[in-house]
Design a protein around this ligand. Sequence first.
Ligand SMILES: [Fe+2]
Ligand SMILES: [Fe+2]
Length: 259
Amino acid sequence: MTPNPAVRTRLDPRLFGDGPARDDRFTVVDVWADMVNLPDGHPEKEREFLNRQMNEEACVMENAARSLAEFPDADWGVRKGLARQCADEARHTLNYRRLLEARGGRVGQYPVMNFQYRILGKIDTLVGRLAVQNRSFEADGLDAATFARDEARARGDDELADMYDAQQADEVCHIRLGNDTIKAEISANPRTALQVASALTQGAAAFAQVFAGGGTEVEKYGIAVEARLEAGFSREEVDVAVRMSDARRAAVRERLSSR
Ligand SMILES: [Fe+2]
Ligand SMILES: [Fe+2]
């Protein structure tokens, strides 16, 4: 899809912290419209995706590491979960790099965005960060990885399917860390729900700015119901997510068919 500069939004500095360090192999852009967004079936699409996702995994690792450093008094079980997440996301980053290079690409070949890191940098509570990163961004990633695994398997790309399969198992644990921690904190102190709600509102506003030019027009896949249940979402929460996803995909289909 060709970016449409007319719909690009300037990022609100109140919603975005500084980006993570990147060496000069990387071209870092702020918004989706400035990425190289190739159509399905384009010969470069897979390498572009592997490079993009490699950097996203690095941002999630950096977020977990930063939360460990900035919330030293958090419950030990939560800190252990974050430490495990750092190790998992580092492995995911390396897996994407390995596949990118094995398939003829190189690190930094296409632009990357660091929105996950920058959005989390402006959320000042651990429950808020877990709500936005683990329970929202990673839950969306779980749906995507589940679909991509099945699609790769169906076309006989077992190397890619195996990588998604291993990643999916890890992501379930990260989302569960978010769900379990948030539920425990809210039951111990109901006011925590306000911190979660305000972080989600802030995260959604920031996300909308990054993707103002498109990039969320996905209608290929919906909610990975079984995986989300395994990740600690209640049946009711999953049902709501399915209804919202179905409505969103129907709207995307309608927009695409009227073009
Ligand atoms: Fe990951
Ligand atoms: Fe993760």
